[in-house]
Design a protein around this ligand. Structure first.
Ligand SMILES: [Zn+2]
Length: 115
């Protein structure tokens, strides 16, 4: 099976700008991402998934993150994402609450309609 496949640009929801991206399924011994319990993890243009043919809503959600990475950059997106998460933990929101409160996650849910 191929490790990386191009992400269908049609999954990018309105409000985002499609760009080149790939779904990545790592061989089992290297499968660090996504961690169990998470459907997918996006790093820049790479969407780490369990299977290439993931549910379309999940791919739409992750494509919003591809767009966020691209338009805001490593510091504008990744660093801010991490700081917001840590801020949520400090407020006592718990791991899941802190994750859900991240503005980028709220935006991804709103634009993709997927949780
Ligand atoms: Zn997300």
């Amino acid at each position: 099976m191929d490790v990386a496949r191009p992400l269908d640009p049609a999954v990018f929801p309105p409000g985002t700008e499609p760009s080149r991206a790939w779904t990545v399924v790592l061989p089992r011994p290297l499968r660090l991402l996504p961690t169990p319990g998470y459907g997918a993890t996006t790093l820049g243009p790479l969407v780490f998934v369990h299977r290439h043919d993931e549910e379309r809503g999940l791919l739409a959600h992750e494509s919003v993150h591809v767009w966020q990475w691209r338009s805001k950059g490593v510091f504008g997106f990744a660093a801010s994402y991490l700081l917001q998460y840590l801020g949520g933990l400090r407020k006592g929101l718990g791991a899941n609450g802190a994750y859900l409160a991240i503005s980028f996650e709220e935006e991804a849910r709103r634009l993709s309609g997927h949780g």
